[in-house]
Design a protein around this ligand. Sequence first.
Ligand code: LCV
Length: 260
Amino acid sequence: MQNLILTELKERLGTITLNHPEKRNCLSSAMADAIIDALDSFQKQQVTVVIIRAQSGVKVWSAGYDVHELPYSGRDPLPYKGPLESLIRKVQEYPGAIIAMIQGSVWGGACDLTFSCDILIGDPTASFAMTPAKIGVPYNPSGLIHFINILGINKAKEMFFTGEPINAHDSFNLGILNHLVQPEEIENFTYSLAQKILENSSLAIRAIKRQFCLLNAGTPLTAETFELIQAIRREVYDSEDYREGIQAFLEKRKPQFKGR
Ligand code: LCV
């Protein structure tokens, strides 16, 4: 089995490179587990900054969740312990700065992954498209909060309702990208920013990141609100439209949604 990711460690700076371009670096459970293992290994070695990137020059940074792994019906497509959600929590809880270096398009759950990183640096080929409505997936509350926090609720709604990509220029203006740099500069820029972080107190950075994560987690829900959200989501992933969305993707055709 080829290495789905490549890892590199230089002093306290780790790099994880997505390495499955044949499948557009889609976040299969194997890919998600490989990234989680790499972060666990870096954490054991007290790596303070991790860069997550794709190979230079790819058109697609990551095509998002592996659609072949979506349950066909009757089960939550994005469960708490699922591969994507586990990976996103691992990134959020990592006791150091995680920088997403983005060249190419980012789709679906891969947007949630990059939005959960601490700093995003992109070049003009970067774009972000949120696709659950194209497939018929109801998404989930913890994911939606990431988008509300970064985009504001109006732009987040437009991103989810249209499924249309947000280009690099607009991503920078919206605050998705911390920096927008030219392709030939992005590696040096990202690594020099990482060096600036490495010069600072890793203990302070770990404590500050943890506080940001707790403060950013959204307002607490009542038990009844939580149950209502689950009922709303189940109606969708139990629907014919959900099954049609997946089937259409697998058959490489436009879905015919019927609203049931
Ligand atoms: C499995 C794939 C994928 C893929 N899974 O190349 O956010 S949610 O709720 O929606 C969540 C459930 C989620 O993240 O769902 C996935 C959302 N992602 C997308 O909707 C993007 C789907 N992919 C595409 O639209 C195209 O692949 C892009 C535009 C990314 C690249 O197009 P391109 O023409 O360059 P192909 O479509 O030919 O794909 C190359 C191979 O990668 C597989 C795809 O099935 C194909 O495999 P085969 O060569 O075996 O046919 N692939 C791409 N995306 N998400 N597999």
